[in-house]
Design a protein around this ligand. Sequence first.
Ligand SMILES: [Zn+2]
Length: 492
Amino acid sequence: MSERLIITRPHYFTDTKSNCGYCSGQKERNEDYYCLDSWYAASTGSNIENCTMGFQAELMSVEIYGRLCDMGYRRSGKFLYKVDMVRNCCRLYTIRTTPDQVSITKEFKSTLKRFRKQIKPSGDGKRHDGGPFNYIREVLETETSAKDFKTCFEPAVFTDEKYTLFAKYQEHVHNDFKHNAKSFKRFLCDSPFSKETILGTKEEWDQLNNWKVMAPGEKLKRQGPAHECYYYKDELIAIAVTDFLPSGISSVYFIWDPEYHRWSLGKLSALRELCITSKTNLDFYYMGYYIDDCPKMNYKAKYGGELLDVCTQRYVPLVRLNELKSPGKLFTVEEHPAKAEGELPLNKALAHPVGRLDGAERLENTVEKIYGPNGGAYQDAIDSAKALSRIGIPYAVDERPFGMAESKHKDDETYVIPNVVPGLVPLKEILEMVLHGDINSLQNNVTFFDMYEGNIRQLQSFSNESPEIKRTLCDVIRLIGLENTKGVLLLL
Ligand SMILES: [Zn+2]
C-alpha cells in the first residue's frame, strides 16, 4: 500500500530579490534578472522578485518525493518548493548526474590526493595499483585503510553534537548568526516521511554503512533521509544531509568544520556521494539546483550531468544545452522541427517516470514561441481562465503575464498562482480534465481536513464543491499532476 500524501494547499510567495539566496539582488545588469531578453525589452520597469511556490507536506512517501524531485521540487524540512521560472530573479534547474559522467579534472585529482595525505599520513601518499586514475577506486582504497577517518550513516535526527557543528559552519562560512537549535532541526532533521521511514531498520543501516562491499546489482534497502557523519580522530567534522530516493541519492545540504577548510570537504563529499551512488547500484546523483549565472551554484556543471526541462518533463544533457540556451535564461526544448506554439501538455508526462533526451535528435529551443512576450502560452491561458470561470471555477484573467503577482488570497495574504507558470500543468489541460470528466477520478479519492472546523470528509462530487474548493483542487493538480493528487489528504 502506498503511503498517504498529506499536504496543505499550494502557496505562492514573493519576496524582494535582495533576499534571494543566490543573487541577493546583486546582478550587474538589470536584464540578467529576466527569464528572457525579449521580456526585458518588452518590460515597462516591472519589478523582478523572488517568486516561489510550494506546499507543506505532513506525510509523503519516498516514491512520491522522488517523482516530485523529477518535477523540479526540492524540500527544506517538510516544505516542498520550486521557483516560478518566468518571474523569479534566477533560473533554478534541477541537476543530476551519473558516476560515469564525471570527468576527473586536475582539481578533483588534487582534492583526492590531499584527502589521502590527510588521512593516511603514514603512507607515502602514492597509489600502488597502477593503471589509469579512477576516482571511485581512489576513494575506496584511501578510506578502507585509513585509521583516523570514518563516516557513518544514521537517521536524520537531532543531536547537540550535530547542532554545534552546524552553528560553527553557519557562523564562519555563511556569516549567519540567526540560527538556533529549532531552526536547525526544522531545516535539516525534519522531513515529510513517516517515522518508520525516518528511523529505518538495523538491516537497512548496516547494509548502507557497508556500501563499499555491496555486490554489483545488489539492491539498496535504505530509502529515505540520512545524515552521513564524517569523523576524524573521533571528532565530528562534517555532516552530509541526503535523501535516498528510488532513482538515486539526493544531496540536501553539507555542513563542515571550517577548521578543516583545507580538505575541500564540499568537493570531496560530492565525489564520495558519486562513489556511493555507484557502489549502491543507484542510477543518479541529484545535486539540487543549478544556476548558470551564480558562482555558488554553477560549479555543479563540473560533475557533468543533465538539467530538467520542467516544461516537457525531460532531462537534457548540459553539453547539448550549451548551444541551445543563453546563460541564466529559461529554456524548453523539443525535437526539431518543433510543433509547439502554446504550452505543452504536461499532465500525462507527470504520471510517468521522467524522460531523458540522450539520443542524437536535432533539438530546438522553443521558449520564445511559448513563453516569450508574444508566446502562445498567454492567450491560451486567457481563453482557459475565462472558460473555467464560466463553469464555476474562479480563475481570473491574468493581465500580468510577467512581473510580480498582484492578487492575493483573501484569508492569508499569500498570492494567487499566476495562470502561466512553466512546469505547472497548463490551465488548458485543467479545463479539458473538467470538461471530459477526468477530474472525477478524484471522487472518493481525495480527503479534506478543515483545520479550523476540525472536520474531515471525502470528495464526493467535484461539481458539487464550492468554487474555492474547486480552484484549490485544480491548483493542486497544476502543481503535482492528476495522478499524484489521487489519495491526497488536503489540509484546508
Ligand atoms: Zn535571484
